[in-house]
Design a protein around this ligand. Structure first.
Ligand SMILES: N[C@@H](CCC(=O)N[C@@H](CS)C(=O)NCC(=O)O)C(=O)O
Length: 203
């Protein structure tokens, strides 16, 4: 299995962390998004990474589909529980974490425009999603060791990858002071080898 990815994509990081946690070998191919010779659109018509290319040359996307696929590849403990109630809880945490990543990317892309083409109200709207999302997650995690059912799951992975990305792209917002429960959780997650090996790199 080959993964098309970029180093700092939080969605691709989620896939890489899942593979490491499950001891699954992935052949990693770093791509440049939008490059003429990028293989991404050949496998994903949306032109987005991550894409997992299976041994039969079929492409799987997006990260939510890929992590579920990888989770079913090994016997034993699951990162997305089979129990329907727990499963919904885990994928809801993931939806919120991914949504915060979406809003963070929207802010970054807007801020990369020349200044007279940037919309302050658009940036405010996206930042509100980031702040509201972090506030809810901070409240939900409160004194729990892990996000759902006192068990390490995909919810923890998605939240950790999102916090790594927010730290990278919105370094000035000081989320660690505003959301101390999340900050504590992030410190614990960051010590895992799977997180250390996939840490984003400041560009
Ligand atoms: N929901 C998708 C989001 C993927 C995504 O937005 N990836 C970004 C990189 S972080 C991308 O490929 N952007 C290029 C584009 O939108 O054309 C997933 O979870 O895989």
């Amino acid at each position: 299995m080959k993964l098309l990815y970029t180093q700092n994509s939080p969605y691709a990081r989620k896939v890489r962390v899942v593979a490491l946690e499950k001891h699954l070998d992935l052949d990693l191919q770093e791509v440049v998004l939008g490059a003429e010779d990028s293989p991404v659109t050949q496998y994903n018509p949306l032109g987005k990474i991550p894409v997992l290319i299976l041994d039969n040359d079929e492409g799987l996307y997006d990260s939510r589909v890929i992590v579920e696929y990888l989770d079913t590849r090994t016997p034993g403990s699951r990162l997305v529980p089979n129990d329907p109630r727990l499963r919904i809880s885990v994928i809801r945490w993931c939806a919120l974490a991914d949504g915060i990543c979406d809003a963070t990317i929207a802010v970054m892309l807007e801020q990369r425009k020349v200044s007279d083409q940037q919309s302050a109200s658009f940036i405010d709207k996206q930042m509100k999603k980031v702040e509201q999302g972090l506030a809810v997650l901070n409240e939900d995690i409160n004194k729990k060791k892990w996000c759902v059912d006192e068990t390490f799951s995909l919810a923890d992975i998605a939240v950790g990858c999102m916090l790594g990305y927010v730290s990278l792209r919105l370094a000035d917002m000081g989320w660690q002071d505003k959301y101390p429960n999340l900050s504590k959780h992030y410190t614990i997650l960051s010590k895992r080898p799977s997180f250390k090996e996939t840490a984003p790199v400041a560009a």
